[in-house]
Write a protein that binds this ligand. Structure first.
Ligand code: G6P
Length: 621
């Protein structure tokens, strides 16, 4: 949520570098954008280009000129509508200091009042503007110019969260600080240029050497050096971390959209997440990062998944898996609720945070709450080195690679891959699954990437169905058992990118309400694969048909019974997926739902990769 980038160094096109970085961060927020820079040879003035709209539109207002330091921002509005005035960077009264901010300053109202009493003039409706004025208050005190010291004193007064980058027209440096919102420093190849970014994707074209800041740290970057200090102004020694994925993995290549590319990457992503962990010869799953003794695993008496959005749906599936395979009572909590509901935790509780980005503010807050209450914690995370990856005591990385499309797809299949592995691993150690049954699962699991590929090969069938159904205003998504979380995920995908209202429901609940909505204008997407609830959902489909509701059913290929129901009926449609073990259908049912949402959104002319009002990483609570 909001992207920050900055550059200082040997290149004299700092502003262009910052614009390029911002366009790679835009999926974090895209309602307005802006930069602030100091022109070469004109150190005494800050130039700002900012406006409502996307980075590429704002960039058109910029006339290239020499600059060797620049900060930039792409915004997802929290306080104040999306407008030129509310766009970052924000300046102080003297127009000597420029600030970009990601996060929320919770005490901005009281700070603003104090600053106004002191004569500061505010022009925006944002919480962020208090930062530039507050820093101004502490800057140039006693005639000592020291931007980092002014920032250190200013941030000590803040409540809330921030990732900031700040420049002054009086000093040739960029200062960044973090509390709760990610800030990553990029070190140029020859250590003669430095970058700041909210995530590693924007750094990839320039460097793969990074230093993620921890909460409370302040980084001071000059043209040929950098320094990191803590809140007491003491120097902090940090290790340089390498970004492991390459530039190509963050590009969309021949695909029309990142989302489509990411959907098609899923067979590879499942394979990579399994690699080395699914031991076919031994018929077991092994997870090195879990680092728990057998005794500890046997002593888990309860699991609580905490997550948001798509990751929460992965956790819901994880609950079914943990309970069936490892026989551990499991709960799933919205991370935004967990922290504020006085959760009951004991030493036997394992709290598992699931997050693609590892930076979702609610998930981080809940993870910290769980740790404070004495839980064992484990992270299932995609972004290496992210806050959740660093703060959870144990971890399982999923190997989805950079996910740029705002609607999550491949991260979900990677997360559930990790959850299948984890529950199989726990099940084996707890002896809740027989060696024979486990081997059967392991063998079928290994076939899943191939089966997903088969669905992708037939994507055109789903496109044709979407072309027929995209004009409805509402949809009901039904699934039961393992496919209930998938129904929720499918409905979420449709809402997110096509803006069609969709409700996911456990199929058995249909008769307790949703059936009232069914008529010829209210279609249903039913997950009707050959598992233990097949007959039940078949009855739901009959009930829908009897009320003249149209439906699309996701069925197991070769299912003759469904075909009988559909005989002579071209109003309703089926999407076939390969046969698998009942436990593994979620991999095969979620992919058609992702494609269906994609093709509906395409037909409706939506911005698939950057849907309105959403952001990839929700870094504010
Ligand atoms: C946002 C994204 C979703 C994502 C959710 C949780 O809402 O748009 O795609 O599922 O955040 O993000 P996380 O990074 O924690 O998985």
């Amino acid at each position: 949520m909001c992207g920050i980038s900055a550059y200082i160094g040997k290149e004299n096109n700092a502003a262009e570098i910052v614009f390029n970085m911002l366009s790679r961060l835009e999926y974090r927020g895209y309602d307005s954008a802006g930069i602030a820079y100091v022109k070469e040879g004109k150190q005494d003035k800050i130039f700002v280009v900012k406006d409502k709209g996307m980075v590429e539109d704002v960039k058109k207002q910029y006339t290239p000129e020499h600059s060797d330091l620049c900060i930039g921002h792409t915004r997802w509005a929290t306080h104040g509508e999306s407008s030129k005035i509310n766009a970052h960077p924000h300046l102080d009264c003297k127009q000597e200091i420029a600030v970009v901010h990601n996060g929320i300053i919770e005490n901005y109202v009281s700070l603003k009042e104090i600053l106004e009493e002191k004569g500061h003039k505010f022009i925006s409706a944002t919480d962020s503007e208090v930062l530039s004025h507050l820093i101004e208050e502490f800057y140039n005190k006693d005639d000592v110019l020291n931007l980092e010291e002014a920032i250190r004193q200013a941030i000590a007064l803040l409540r809330g969260s921030y990732g900031i980058a700040v420049i002054s027209s009086k000093e040739e440096k960029i200062v960044a600080a973090r509390l709760g919102s990610p800030i990553i420093i990029g070190i140029g190849k020859d250590e003669d240029e430095y970058f700041i970014s909210s995530d590693t994707n924007a750094l990839l074209p320039y460097t793969n050497s990074t230093i993620p800041l921890n909460d409370g740290e302040i980084a001071i970057l000059t043209k040929n050096d950098y320094k990191i200090i803590n809140k007491d102004a003491l120097p902090v020694q940090k290790k340089i971390e390498k970004i492991l994925h390459d530039l190509q993995s963050a590009e969309k290549g021949e695909y029309a959209h990142y989302m489509l590319k990411e959907i098609f990457e899923q067979p590879r992503v499942i394979n990579e997440t399994m690699r080395g962990r699914l031991r076919l010869e031994e018929g077991i799953a092994k997870l090195g990062g879990v680092r728990m003794k057998k005794e500890e695993i046997r002593n888990i008496n309860r699991i609580v998944f905490i997550a948001c959005g798509t990751s929460l749906h992965a956790g819901m599936l994880g609950k079914y898996l943990m309970e069936e395979i490892a026989r551990i009572p499991t709960e799933v909590e919205y991370a935004s609720e967990f922290k504020y509901k006085f959760p009951v935790i004991d030493k036997g509780t394992l709290v598992i945070a699931i997050s693609q980005s590892g930076e979702t503010a609610d998930t981080i807050a809940s993870l910290r709450e769980a740790k404070e209450r004495g839980a064992n914690t484990l992270g299932i995370v995609n972004v290496v080195g992210s806050t959740i990856a660093r703060e959870a005591e144990k971890g399982v990385y999923v190997y989805a690679g950079p996910e740029i499309g705002v609607a999550s797809t491949k991260a979900f299949t990677a997360q559930i891959t990790a959850l299948y592995l984890l529950s199989m691993y726990f099940g084996r150690i707890r002896n809740t699954i027989s060696g024979f049954a486990l081997r059967e699962l392991v063998e079928e699991f290994a076939r899943i990437p191939g089966k997903v590929s088969k669905i992708l090969d037939d994507a055109d069938v789903i496109k044709d169905i979407a072309d027929e159904f995209y004009n409805y205003g509402d949809f009901l998504y039904l699934g039961r058992g393992y496919n209930f979380p998938i129904a929720l995920e499918g409905a979420l995908k449709l809402k997110e990118i096509s803006y069609i209202h969709a409700e996911g429901y456990p199929a058995g609940e249909m008769k307790h309400g949703p059936i009232a909505m069914i008529d010829e204008n209210f279609p249903t997407m039913a997950i009707l694969v050959k598992d233990n609830v097949y007959n039940k959902i078949m009855s739901n489909v009959e009930e829908i048909k009897a009320r003249h509701g149209r439906f699309i059913a996701i069925i197991t290929e070769g299912d003759e019974e469904v075909k009988k129901i559909l005989k002579g009926d071209d109003k309703n449609k089926v999407i076939s997926v390969p046969k698998t073990h009942p436990l593994f259908y979620p991999f095969l049912t979620v992919v058609p739902l992702q494609l269906f949402a994609y093709f509906c959104a395409l037909k409706l002319g939506r911005n698939v990769d950057k849907p309105r009002n959403l952001a990839k990483s929700v870094t504010v609570e």
